[in-house]
Design a protein around this ligand. Structure first.
Ligand code: DHB
Ligand code: FE
Length: 284
């Protein structure tokens, strides 16, 4: 059976793509953000996952307000990045892990989750930038299964529901008949609000408590409604739902987790950036 090796989580911001393109990693503004990644890349170089299952939110590239699925899973041979209008260079296509996509789709549907299945799916900065941050050099060495969670148009799925989806996805990964190593990844958050009266809203206390909860009490954030989460973390801060999907997946085999590394830096653009890597440490 496939091995679930751990979880990764990072914020996403289109400007990161511009900074990578211009080689600004050592620039004073960007350094505290980019400096979080080398310890995690070192761990990834050791663990060498073959496949990454990514919880992310599309921002209007593949799904627009006219048709907005709550949960959508990619089942494509390849995923193209396309111009989202942010002026960032597009990345080469990413390779899909189709067999795992269908295994996850079948397994979580059996667990009463209703999904949109996408045999064609454009992926935006939320899916591509984390892959580039964790594997910066050359062609991306992992194949992917993108899982898109709506955080754009209300109503949004609850924190409780995304955590439960993550758990079902984790169980599916571990029942996949393959000798491949699989990591789960979350892209989004932490606190940020891009528009309206509270544009620029950041909640450092909540963010740090949230990161800590993923180690000590992973269900902590599921007590909050979407309204609570927007109030605490901003309209786009609800992207932290992805971190709950990732963490739910790691809980699925009642394995304990070990923190590999974390980082928190505010702000990059309008966003509080968080970074976390967790290793599955075997049954507790
Ligand atoms: C920013 C943050 C996001 O999550 C996003 O999708 C786009 C922009 C920002 O802070 O600029
Ligand atoms: Fe976003």
């Amino acid at each position: 059976m496939a091995q679930l090796v751990g979880g990764l989580a990072t914020s996403h911001i289109p400007a990161i793509g511009g900074a990578i393109h211009k080689g600004l990693q050592q620039d004073a503004y960007w350094k505290p953000f980019f400096d979080g990644f080398p310890p995690i890349r070192k761990w990834l170089g050791r663990v060498k996952p073959d496949v990454v299952v990514i919880f992310y939110n599309d921002h209007g590239l593949n799904f627009f307000l006219d048709k907005m699925p709550t949960f959508a899973v990619g089942a494509a041979e390849r995923y193209d990045n396309a111009d989202e209008g942010w002026g960032i260079p597009t990345l080469p296509p990413f390779k899909g892990e189709v067999d795992l996509s269908w295994h996850i789709i079948n397994a979580v549907t059996e667990q009463d989750f209703d999904l949109v299945t996408c045999q064609e799916m454009l992926i935006d900065h939320a899916c591509t930038l984390p892959l580039k941050l964790f594997w910066p050099d050359g062609e991306c060495p992992v194949s992917i299964v993108p899982i898109c969670v709506n955080t754009v148009q209300f109503p949004l799925p609850s924190a409780r529901r995304v955590y439960a989806l993550g758990r079902a996805v984790g169980e599916a990964i571990q029942s996949w008949d393959s000798d491949k190593k699989v990591a789960v990844m979350a892209s989004g958050g932490l606190s940020h609000q891009l528009d309206g009266e509270r544009a620029g809203h950041i909640n450092k206390d909540f963010d740090l408590k949230f990161i800590d909860s993923l180690l000590t009490n992973p269900e902590w954030a599921t007590q909050f409604s979407i309204h609570d989460l927007v109030e605490k973390t901003g309209t786009q801060g609800v992207e932290l739902l992805m971190w709950l999907g990732m963490r739910g997946a790691l809980t699925s085999n009642s394995a304990s987790v070990r923190k590999v590394h974390s980082n928190y830096h505010i702000p990059i653009s309008n966003t509080a950036t968080g970074l976390l890597a967790l290793e599955s440490a075997g049954p507790s």
